[in-house]
Design a protein around this ligand. Structure first.
Ligand code: FAD
Length: 441
């Protein structure tokens, strides 16, 4: 049955069908986190919307679990279904720009780098994440935090329209005027409602210049530095996104900011940072926007084992700073606020817009034997911040299961998302995600 259906599907695809053993199969099932090693029964490398429709219908006919892959950066590797059908959107990675109208049409399998490069050719950009090999699909559907978010909102706030293939294989549009309920849910609700084949984004004339400031302090001098950094971060102009990181086990503490805009104005923030204490090292650079967007690509590269835990922090009281400084793994903070908080909390599925900082405790290693110890250390580090947290970013969730989903969405939001799930996917065909369960399940 599977073989006959697979052969029929193969004949009708614009793209490719890969079965175990086929050339390219292992490459297609490899994702960012090297801990993920699952074997789909078939991989449909979709080249068109019709391919996505065919893939959804084939999976349903064969009763196979569906995984949807864009950049493959979900830390649990949710895009890769064991013994299921993987909808691989990576061949659909094209980006088209209308510089006059300041719009980008981005296919559902595109990586952030493709969007950044195409938009920058017109001196334009929209909010995208900080590592260029991350997928536009997963990042945007969960929210999408990036260096432009305090100026222009999250990636999802810049989406003006989407095209989606439903659980029945139908093609629907979503925008403020078309299926507005779906438009609301696709901006923060993740991959719960269908397969998005195209996003339309608003672009902004951002130019190409940025400033990055990073000052490092020994951990034993860092508590007062972080307290004053917190106050600077809160008062900062929207062009600046303040960052802080604490090295595992009492290593150096680095504080700074990323500025997008006129570099002269950005540099004016540096003396206030220097006055925070006696920095051991300091670095102020002026990368181009594209260099900035690729700056962490190798450090955040593939082929390592990875684990992280995240929180949203509504503030950073001194107790939270003390807990942060005791971290056993690398921990980081990125400031929110600005245009993220301008959007009403009810306007999109994305939640916790009043958060002040996103916290992530992250660890990477190579040896399988270290799995347990590394994971436990990240969990303990994040647990020390539990009492200071209010919610979490859905795209930073890990293995929390439904408890994580209830942290990402307050109860009223989750109820509205559940109603939308009932309308678009009552059978929970799309469940390999941070799942909004339909009410009948
Ligand atoms: P995938 O694993 O391909 O997809 C994740 C899930 O999204 C899928 O399981 C599916 O449910 C859904 N999905 C993806 N594409 C589609 C689609 N077209 N239609 C329907 N469903 C879809 N987040 C930020 O906000 N800002 C950052 O700066 C940032 N930096 C990151 C850097 C790294 C190195 C990593 C690993 C993650 C980062 N993230 C960031 C988190 C990131 O947003 C999530 O990991 C996200 O899930 C990645 O999306 P993806 O398309 O690459 O992943």
């Amino acid at each position: 049955m599977t073989t006959a259906t697979a052969h029929r599907a193969r004949a009708r695809l614009d793209g490719q069908l890969l079965l175990p053993g086929d050339a390219g199969y292992d490459e297609a099932r490899t994702v960012w986190n090297a801990m993920v090693d699952r074997r789909p029964r078939m991989i449909v490398r979709c080249a068109s919307v019709a391919d996505v429709t065919l893939a959804v219908r084939t999976a349903r006919e064969l009763d196979l679990e569906i995984g949807v892959r864009c950049g493959g950066h979900n830390i649990l590797g949710l895009a890769i279904p064991d013994d299921g059908l993987m909808i691989d959107l990576t061949p659909m990675g094209a980006v088209r720009i209308d510089g006059q109208r300041r719009l980008a049409w981005v296919q559902g399998g595109a990586l952030l780098g493709a969007l950044d490069r195409a938009a920058q050719a017109h001196g334009l950009a929209t909010t995208a994440g900080n590592v260029s090999h991350t997928g536009v699909g997963g990042l945007t559907l969960g929210g999408g935090m990036g260096w432009l978010a305090r100026q222009h909102g999250l990636a999802c706030d810049n989406v003006v329209a989407l095209t989606m293939v439903t659980a029945d294989g139908d093609v629907v549009g979503a925008s403020a005027d078309e299926n507005p309920d779906l438009f609301w849910g696709l901006r923060g609700g993740g991959g719960n409602f269908g397969v998005v084949t195209e996003f339309a984004f608003a672009l902004h004339p951002t130019g190409t210049r940025t400033v990055v400031a990073e000052l490092s302090f020994p951990a034993d001098e860092a508590a007062p530095v972080l307290a004053r950094w917190r106050d600077l971060a809160t008062a900062a102009p929207r062009e600046a996104t303040f960052t802080a990181s604490v090295g595992a086990g009492g290593g150096m503490v680095t504080v700074g900011f990323v500025w997008i805009g006129d570099p002269e104005r950005g540099r004016r923030l540096v003396p206030a940072l220097r006055a925070l204490g006696r920095p051991a090292t300091q670095r102020v650079t002026t990368p181009s926007y594209l260099e900035l967007q690729r700056r962490d690509d190798s450090r955040q590269g593939h082929a390592l084992r990875r684990y992280w835990k995240g929180h949203y922090l509504p503030g950073l009281p001194d107790g939270a700073i003390d807990a942060l400084l005791r971290t056993e793994v690398d921990a980081s903070l990125q400031a929110y606020g600005g245009a993220i908080a301008d959007v009403g909390d009810e306007d999109t599925a994305f939640s916790h817009r009043d958060t002040r900082f996103e916290y992530v405790a992250a660890t990477r290693w190579t040896d399988h034997a270290d799995d347990e110890g590394r994971i436990a250390a990240a969990r303990r580090s994040a647990a020390a911040l539990d009492g200071f947290a209010a919610g979490a970013y859905v795209n930073a969730l890990n293995d929390e299961g439904h408890a994580g989903v209830t942290r990402a969405y307050p109860a009223a939001k989750l109820a509205r998302l559940t109603a939308l799930k009932d309308a678009y996917d009552p059978g929970n065909v799309f469940h390999l995600n941070h799942n909004i369960r339909p009410s009948a399940r």
